[in-house]
Ligand binder design. Structure first.
Ligand code: DAH
Length: 340
């Protein structure tokens, strides 16, 4: 039996030495030390030995077992450190390789312009308010002094959801929502930026675009305040040498109303292709808030007055950056967007 054990030990030792993977070693462990392993088999036969032989062989068998376990363990460790070494060799860092370029995103030009408009008015003491994009006919038209069948509705071809609900065609309804919420508190000094929707689609019109509404209600607010406010805004936005021109106009919710032009940013007023040789560029609509609007929302037009204005953000971005087609702003082409 001792010879048998010696033979097993010799065989197993050799197998261990030649093993080149951890898997092979595991197989060796099973083959010799496992439940049905060669060594275990021999040990099972110990019962047949004589009382004198048993402890001697038993001791020897245990020594063989321990020796084998140790050999396997040592070889496993050797293989592990060998594998690590190989890995480290493979993973050496090549400092001459070019780095991974990190492409940082940036704000969309419209967001940049919107942020700038907001910043200018906030520094003038305005707060920012928002209203819903899905609006009631009442706020979008009725309360702005545009009753059903009023011809002014034709200028704002609308997306209706039902007879009384539509996608807002302008940010002016936020005026009504704020007046209703605040009346009779003074002053009201708000800008309301947001998306608006109209059934329009060409190089200068998009079915979705952005407006910023501004309005101020207080005692003794005059048309001069409106003009001064807009001139301040225009010079901060387009440069200190800009002039503005107010042309009489009509909006149902303001009286009097004015369309506001800025001196052309391309030719400085001398006339060019961009301003169609007029020297002026239209940028917004404005006026003194109509007494009927004040009345309907809870302010006394005998006691208070105010002005309002509304501008298109896309138009301002196009003028500021010299963009010739509105659709570039919505195409999501990085080659275009990364210029701003
Ligand atoms: N809501 C108008 C439009 O979208 C723009 C406008 C004109 C807003 C005059 C105003 C205003 O607040 O006073 O065409």
């Amino acid at each position: 039996m001792k010879e048998q054990l010696q033979k097993i030990a010799g065989e197993a030792e050799l197998a261990c030495k030649n093993a080149s993977t951890q898997e092979e070693l595991e197989n060796i462990r099973v083959r010799y030390l496992g439940k049905k392993g060669a060594l275990t088999q021999v040990l099972r036969g110990m019962g047949k030995l004589s009382a004198e032989e048993r402890p001697v062989i038993g001791k020897f068998a245990n020594e063989v077992k321990e020796m084998l376990e140790q050999k396997i363990e040592t070889r496993v460790r050797e293989l592990k450190s060998l594998a690590k070494e190989m890995q480290i060799k493979k993973e050496t860092i090549d400092v001459t390789l070019p780095g991974v370029r990190f492409i940082a995103g940036r704000k969309h030009p419209l967001t940049q312009v919107l942020d700038e408009i907001k910043h200018i008015f906030v520094t003038m003491g305005y707060s920012v308010a928002e209203g819903p994009e899905i609006e009631l006919d009442y706020y979008n038209f009725e309360a702005l002094n545009i009753p059903k069948n009023h011809p002014a509705r034709d200028m704002q071809d609308s997306f209706y959801i039902s007879d009384e609900v539509l996608l807002r065609t302008h940010t002016s309804p936020v005026q009504i929502r704020v007046y209703e919420a605040m009346a009779p508190k003074l002053p009201v000094k708000i800008i309301a930026p947001g998306k608006v929707f109209r059934r329009d689609d060409d190089a200068t019109h998009s079915p979705m675009f952005h407006q910023v509404e501004g309005f101020l209600i207080d005692e003794h607010v005059t048309f001069g305040d409106l003009k001064g406010t807009l001139l301040t805004f225009v010079r901060k936005m387009f440069g200190a040498d800009r002039e503005i021109r107010l042309r009489p106009s009509y909006f149902p919710f303001t009286e009097p109303s004015a369309e506001v032009d800025i001196s052309c940013i391309m030719c400085n007023g001398s006339g060019c292709r961009v301003c169609s040789n007029t020297g002026w560029l239209e940028i917004l609509g404005s006026g003194m808030v109509h007494p009927r609007v004040l009345e309907m929302t809870g302010y006394d037009p005998e006691q208070v007055s105010g002005f309002a204005f509304g501008m298109g953000v896309e138009r301002i971005a196009m003028l500021k950056y010299g963009i010739d087609d509105l659709r570039h702003l919505f195409d999501n082409d990085v080659r275009f967007l990364s210029q701003f």
